[in-house]
Design a protein around this ligand. Structure first.
Ligand code: ZN
Ligand code: ZN
Length: 145
């Protein structure tokens, strides 16, 4: 059964809101916004190991650790540094490591707008449609890993 709207929609109305299943902060906002909750703050604390991630609180650092623990020790690598300074490189890197290292990451189900549940495993990607930059990142990751 389709849900009923309580009033007609207008431009700008929020229809749905959800957290992304994975995210990274754009390089240009590094050190200005929390890497976990994305709030702006001038009181951010850096990850003491890699000095690359910034968090507004211990709780945010703790919440991000399930992803960041896979990246943290690799951030000293020169190739990785080049990759994560690119807009999509850091996201690719985090996604790749999460699929590899977090057992339930690729199989966890997410609810779609139509009510169906889907996991990353259920999604097929046409690799030939990927941009040269994305293909290059994938090759870099495979060489480093
Ligand atoms: Zn935060
Ligand atoms: Zn770190």
């Amino acid at each position: 059964m389709s849900p009923k709207l309580s009033k007609p929609l207008s431009p700008g109305d929020v229809i749905t809101q959800d957290m992304p299943f994975i995210h990274v902060l754009d390089v240009e906002f590094k050190g200005k916004y929390c890497d976990n909750c994305l709030k702006q703050s001038d009181q951010l604390k850096r990850c003491s190991k890699c000095l690359y991630m910034y968090y507004c609180s211990k709780e945010c650092q703790k919440n991000d650790w399930k992803y960041h623990k896979n990246e943290c020790k690799l951030y000293g690598n020169h190739l990785i540094q080049m990759m994560i300074n690119d807009k999509f490189g850091a996201l690719w890197f985090r996604l790749y490591l999460s699929v590899q290292k977090i057992p339930t990451f690729a199989t966890k189900k997410y609810r779609l707008f139509d009510g169906s549940d889907v996991s990353l495993r259920d999604i097929s990607v046409d690799v030939s449609a990927a941009s040269d930059a994305m293909r290059s990142h994938c090759q870099d990751i495979c060489e480093i890993h």
